[in-house]
Design a protein. Structure first.
Ligand SMILES: Cc1cc2nc3c(=O)[nH]c(=O)nc-3n(C[C@H](O)[C@H](O)[C@H](O)COP(=O)(O)OP(=O)(O)OC[C@H]3O[C@@H](n4cnc5c(N)ncnc54)[C@H](O)[C@@H]3O)c2cc1C
Ligand code: SF4
Length: 500
């Protein structure tokens, strides 16, 4: 038997399960140009993945593997050729994290059998998540997270959470100080100059017709660079990660966020080493528990939960449209050209960097899409194009589930819908905006306000049946018919004015 191993672009770890299954087998990596045009991808994402693949191929070779690297239109032709040339009798691939790619693999007509090796890029296996989820009434992230803390012994003293509390979220929702001089001074992120390999990839990507700026490109493309980013985060940013986790500040693209998702999602970093690095720093450097727990909750809790849920729900989950929202995506999502300053800032940043932090994604971009009634599938396609860390497994549950409540509450207990009040409290965006965050009708009324109240009114019955929004629905009931009619008119006019 001659085994060959095909390493996918998001499986770049020397100990990933397929590589570990046969330490001497030959390896192939394929850059498919056709695959990269099936949907829009951010230019910097294409550079990141292709450059990281080329670097990884070189690392495998240095480690003694025989490696073939192919740049081709599709995957099938180079695979068939390689299998025949190398006389391979079994092709092994680590199970793809993304379901569409797993389905694609089953359509490949190859000259030898293809074996899928269970994916070891996540802490929880698909089966373990299923065992946890089966029979539960609600799949709450908080219960899953606590189970993860116990199972992996993270921030625990025996059976008790360190500090006697599981969750420090209340300490982690500080608005930004009113002016920067009052203390918000985050350290610059860790960027890298593109080396020769990255520059070659950039030349290729420059010719592709897709979304986002190509330069400046500063992302890590090797494991050693990614470890450097992790180290920098732990030693320089983590202590202050917690308090301003939800804040948004003009000109501060990343604040104290980790910037680790692009690397975790392609295998340059592994979740357990990231969690352990944070826990060790807590113990050795006496870092604040609210920051360390807040960060560990993201990786051990949210990230694992999102992937587990993705693998657990039905295949038609991505088609969810609980509120039957049908409006097309406004063109400004691609240009950033809108007088709504919060959206302008967030979209412009996504174009420049391929990155927004969590609250920009949740409370600006998807919140707007939810309350304005945009089609969930159009919104998901945009998110997939806009972000450097976007993959089907992480996108569907975050956008369809968390951001848009299009799954009807499988994931979230209530929709993340908010008016300008939230944006004004948690950011400085409203200061520089054409619209007035305090008004909900009239010429300068903030669209987040009239869409928010229109959303509540349009879906009043459904929201009431959810039972978690009764307080705010009572405020809706106090609104006069005249005011509601004006809100409705504003919302309709806004949609009518969008170029089709
Ligand atoms: C609408 C929407 C779309 C999103 N799209 C993506 C996406 O395409 N890819 C992606 O990796 N994350 C996505 N997220 C989750 C989260 O916003 C990003 O992981 C995070 O902003 C990445 O930046 P960071 O590394 O600086 O994260 P930090 O804020 O510093 O968090 C640390 C790490 O926790 C993990 N994490 C935190 N929250 C989540 C979550 N909800 N799902 C998965 N991992 C999480 C990430 O690996 C992240 O690197 C999305 C969230 C929302 C609400
Ligand atoms: S006023 Fe409204 S549109 Fe303008 S930044 Fe604030 S929330 Fe966004």
């Amino acid at each position: 038997m001659t085994v060959g191993i095909w390493v996918l672009g998001d499986q770049l770890w020397q100990h990933q399960a397929a590589l570990a299954s046969d330490p001497t087998a030959s390896v192939i990596l394929v850059e498919s140009r056709q695959h990269s045009t099936e949907r829009r991808y951010h230019r910097q994402k294409l550079v990141l993945v292709w450059s990281a693949m080329r670097h990884f191929a070189a690392e495998l070779e240095s480690a003694g593997r025989t490696v073939t690297y192919k740049i081709a239109d599709d995957f099938a032709a180079p695979l068939r050729q390689w299998i025949k040339q190398q006389k391979i009798t079994e092709l092994r691939v680590m199970e793809p994290a993304d379901r569409p790619f797993a389905r694609f693999l089953s359509t490949l007509a190859l000259p030898c059998p293809l074996t899928l090796v269970p994916n070891n890029h996540f802490l929880w296996s698909v089966d373990e998540f299923k065992q946890w989820a089966d029979g539960r009434k609600r799949l709450l992230m908080e219960s899953f997270y606590r189970e993860g803390r116990k199972r992996y012994g993270v921030l625990m003293e025996g059976a008790t959470p360190i500090g006697d509390q599981w969750n420090y979220d209340k300490e982690n929702r500080k608005p930004p100080p009113k002016n920067k001089q009052q203390g918000i001074n985050p350290p610059s992120p860790q960027w890298f100059n593109p080396d020769d390999i990255t520059q070659q990839v950039m030349q290729t990507v420059a010719e592709l017709d897709t979304f986002g700026n190509l330069e400046p490109f500063g992302w890590a493309v090797t494991r050693s660079q990614a470890l450097h980013v992790l180290d920098y985060f732990i030693n320089v940013r983590l202590a202050t990660f917690g308090p301003y986790q939800d804040a948004m500040v003009t000109g501060e693209d990343t604040l104290w966020h980790a910037l680790l998702s692009p690397y975790l999602n392609i295998g340059l970093l592994q979740p357990l080493e990231v969690i352990q690095a944070a826990e060790t720093a807590y113990k050795q450097q006496n870092l604040p528990l609210n920051s360390v727990e807040g960060f560990i909750r993201q990786v051990l809790g949210w990230r694992e939960y999102m992937r587990g849920l993705y693998s657990y729900v039905d295949e038609d989950y991505p088609q969810g449209n609980y509120f039957n929202h049908q409006h097309p995506l406004p063109d400004f999502f691609w240009t950033g050209d809108t007088p709504m300053n919060c959206l302008h800032q967030s979209i412009d940043q996504a174009k420049r960097t391929g990155y927004n932090h969590h609250i920009q994604r949740l409370m600006i971009l998807s919140n707007f899409a939810l309350i304005a009634g945009l089609s969930p599938q159009a919104v998901e396609a945009w998110f997939h194009a806009a972000f450097i860390d976007a993959y089907d497994w992480v996108m569907q549950t975050n956008v369809i589930g968390m951001g848009l409540f299009a799954d009807g509450g499988t994931l979230a207990t209530k929709p993340y819908a908010a008016s300008a009040n939230y944006v004004n409290r948690m950011s400085d965006y409203c200061k520089g905006c054409h619209y007035n965050p305090k008004t909900r009708t009239g010429e300068r009324a903030c669209p987040f306000n009239f869409f928010y109240w229109d959303f509540l009114a349009r879906h009043r019955d459904i929201l009431q049946s959810q039972g978690r929004m009764n307080f705010i629905l009572r405020n809706l009931d106090k609104m006069s018919m005249e005011e509601y009619a004006a809100i409705r008119d504003n919302a309709r006019e806004w949609h009518a004015q969008q170029p089709s």
